[in-house]
Design a binder for this molecule. Structure first.
Ligand SMILES: Cc1cc2nc3c(=O)[nH]c(=O)nc-3n(C[C@H](O)[C@H](O)[C@H](O)COP(=O)(O)O)c2cc1C
Length: 346
């Protein structure tokens, strides 16, 4: 399933009336400065071999002025000898935006003190609580108790000294969930992590396949394409939660995709699997990928006449195809959305 970016067209301006060098990619996310609106979202930590990965992700994020998240910190909270695989991020990215990470299952079980430990471990500017109900359902050993999650997120968002981000993991956030988060919690941001990028159901399908579990494999295969595509998810989330900051992620694969998620209403773009694929090949490969994204974004900004990220978030766009059909059926007037909603953040 596609994230829907091919339905989103940035309207080209043959007369940009600005010079390439005048364009600024700088922005802030949750009050922290980014040199470009790109965040490497949480993936790894907890095994000795992930130390090098998190170190390199941190080094490159620090050099390029981007944000960086770590993967679920559960392993280190339950076994402190693994903390170094996460804390390396604060050592190598002292000034970058850093995001701690915990699953909703642990968020329900852990005390506020445990969560503070996770934050201190990476000197985090924010804590992401990830939602992965699909993965929990299709995993053999998954946790299937979902009741009480919103109430716990609300408590955590009120008690922690850093902002809380609610984050999906590849199946997207829709209007109803974004509204619950906006109205019933003090969460400050949503990472939509929509359908169209990494599929956790696919990961679980391969795991089940390797174990010879045909039943589990069949269930996971059926849910491969389940979810809300990223382009739709950004619009639904912004429509429901106009004052929250949004990370547009799930299938972001180029600087043009970054430009599209911003023009749709996100404050920054998130990227995961492509960064992991490059980081395992070394620092230079990851730096190359991210520099490419930044250059493509820069050019897209010139060609839409956007001098700044705020200009890009007001750029002329056209939404066609399945994304348009979906939004119309959900009662969202695209014209009204583009004129009045996509910029409505703090
Ligand atoms: C190998 C891998 C591990 C991941 N682990 C986590 C995790 O621990 N916590 C989390 O919130 N998201 C996790 N994610 C989800 C990503 O942060 C991201 O939301 C998702 O992969 C969609 O982005 P992408 O299409 O750019 O990969 C993981 C993704 C990958 C590829």
């Amino acid at each position: 399933m596609s994230p829907g970016f091919s339905d989103v067209h940035l309207v080209h301006r043959s007369l940009p009336e600005l010079n390439y060098d005048e364009v600024s990619l700088e922005t802030t996310f949750l009050g922290k400065k980014l040199r470009a609106p790109i965040i490497i979202t949480g993936m790894t930590g907890g095994h000795p071999e992930t130390y090098e990965i998190n170190k390199t992700l941190a080094e490159v994020a620090e050099k390029l002025g981007l944000g960086v998240g770590v993967g679920s910190q559960r392993a280190a909270l339950e076994n402190p000898s693994l903390e170094y695989t996460f804390s390396v991020v604060k050592e190598y990215a002292p000034t970058a935006l850093k995001i701690a990470n915990i699953g909703f299952v642990q968020a329900k079980k852990y005390s506020i003190d445990m969560l503070l430990k996770a934050i201190d471990m990476v000197d985090a500017d924010a804590l992401a609580i990830h939602l992965n109900p699909l993965q929990e359902c299709v995993q053999i050993e998954g946790d299937r108790e979902f009741k009480g999650t919103l109430r716990r997120i609300a408590e955590i968002s009120r008690e922690l000294p850093v902002p809380v981000i609610v984050k999906e993991t590849g199946t997207g956030i829709g209007y109803e969930v974004a509204k619950m988060i906006a109205e019933e919690t003090d969460v400050k941001a949503i990472d939509v992590s929509g359908l169209g990028g990494t599929s956790w159901s696919a990961v679980e399908m391969y795991r089940a396949m390797r174990k010879g579990d045909f039943f589990g494999e069949s269930v996971a295969r059926e849910f491969w394409d389940w979810g809300i595509p990223t382009a739709v998810s950004i619009v639904e989330t912004r429509f429901a939660a106009p004052h929250l900051e949004i990370i547009g992620s799930g299938g972001v694969r180029s600087g043009i995709d970054v430009a599209k998620v911003l023009a749709l209403g996100a404050n920054a773009a998130g990227i995961a699997l492509p960064a992991l694929k490059e980081v395992v090949k070394g620092y230079d490969r990851l730096e190359f990928l991210l520099k490419l994204l930044i250059e493509e974004l820069h050019i897209a900004m010139v060609l839409t006449g956007s001098r700044s990220v705020s200009d890009l978030r007001r750029a002329e766009i056209v939404i066609i195809g399945r994304t348009r059909e979906w939004l119309i059926q959900r009662g969202i007037s695209i014209k009204e959305y583009l004129e009045k909603f996509r910029l409505r953040t703090v």
